[in-house]
Design a protein around this ligand. Sequence first.
Ligand SMILES: [Zn+2]
Length: 325
Amino acid sequence: MRITLHGATREVTGSCYLVESGKTKILVDCGMFQGSSFAKAKNFEPFGFDPKTLNAVFLTHAHLDHTGRLPLLVKQGFRGAIYGTPPTMRITQLILEDAETVMEDEYRRSFMPKLYDKADIEKTVGFFKPIDDSGALCLRELDIQFHNAGHIMGSAFLRIEEKNGRTVVFSGDLGNANTPILKPKDKLPACDALFIETTYGNRIHEDESTRVQRLRQAVIDTIKRKGVLLIPTFAVERTQELLYELNNMAENKTIPYVDMFLDSPLADRVDKTFDMFPHYYSKKALKQVLRGDSFFDFPGLKITKTKDESKTINESRKPKVIIAG
Ligand SMILES: [Zn+2]
């Protein structure tokens, strides 16, 4: 087995591994490089391999820095299957479409060239193949197993075993301990080599109860000051985790009533995807859903779907919480 790294080395975006075994060539992730501008120059550089020669791509999860160059791959002749868990396939499509909207916007404003357009995304989605519940797949001399990574809905780490050869694990991004909605990540299986992400490798996260308490206090302080609590957040997972905690606070009345706005069309679409895959929820979250408590619907929460609706957030003079992408 031969492994080459084509991204996320000495940086945390652009994840892309090329795995070769005999005549089989696969990619693990095909992410976008993200930085100061949306589609920075590095994304336009040629791949370090010929996309036409690849047999398949395996996705660890849907985030753009792991999936954002898939349409480029297809544009350059890739015709294999793109495998991932069912939620990964669904959320990847939403994320790519959202990225295209932003690229179009940047193009209109500053003539920044677009990496790809809507038609390329449509073509790419045609190659998506959701894996089944076993999470196991065999591709020629490679056995691939998806394990739960607990990072975002559908996220996985991959164990790839070469028949009569070595076994390697690609961590993708890993979830924190005690994330509110998802099942905890699987244990690391036996392997000969491990490629692991280190995005937060230099810090210790606070525990769950401290995190929730700080959020609650920030909401209470905002209401007292008649102010605005603006929370910029990632549309996938962070938003849903925030809504989960705010839903609990609002429904258990541990915070006073306050208007809350979710100002992120992508996050709204992702919320709906969460509802489609309840079997990915932790026991605690699933129990809540089965009781009929949706995390994305509670007193005070308003979801803006259009630019005009977003503008109306300014009109209210009352204290408020704004969650924005
Ligand atoms: Zn991620």
